[in-house]
Design a protein around this ligand. Sequence first.
Ligand code: GDP
Ligand code: MG
Length: 182
Amino acid sequence: VMQQQNQERLLKVLVIGDLGVGKTSVIKRYVHEVFSQHYRATIGVDFALKVLNWEHGSVLRLQLWDIAGQERYGNMTRVYYREAVGALVVFDMTRLSTFQAVLKWKGDLDSKVTLKNGKSVPAVLLANKCDQSRNGLCPKLPKLENFSRQYGFVDWFETSAKDNTNIDAAITCLVKSILSAE
Ligand code: GDP
Ligand code: MG
């Protein structure tokens, strides 16, 4: 079968992690290029679309799924995860508890969705709010390099939605990994 060029593809990407880590901020920064101190926590699931002109004339429609209100339970329903092809797992570098929740989120993801070929969905780890790490860096954070490899993340990035640090890099890394995972 000939590979169709100039194709358009929809990629469902989940953004998960504890309340207040900056999930909504990361999405708004990436899609709308803005940052605010106050995003209202709309209850339910919301998503934003970013259209990427990718290699070889292909177009990727990246659908970023945000969650609000359900974070406190530390898990989501299978319906939410259905047909996802990638995930950003976000924690707040200044709050250890949100880092400790990372494995819970990764476990929830892996237990509820896999790719069509049976492999786990590519996930990138975001250590967000790195702009604050000088005052508030959590001293107990392990080496993320080892941690992310050990627990099956594609890669990890220190990010700031506020200063626009590494948001693009992290999502581009995820997209590349999504495309090579199939
Ligand atoms: P969510 O609950 O995971 O969606 O988190 P929000 O995106 O609502 O962010 C929670 C709070 O953290 C808000 O006051 C944001 O302005 C703030 N915040 C988010 N990202 C950053 C960041 O990179 N740096 C700093 N300093 N604050 C951030
Ligand atoms: Mg939010």
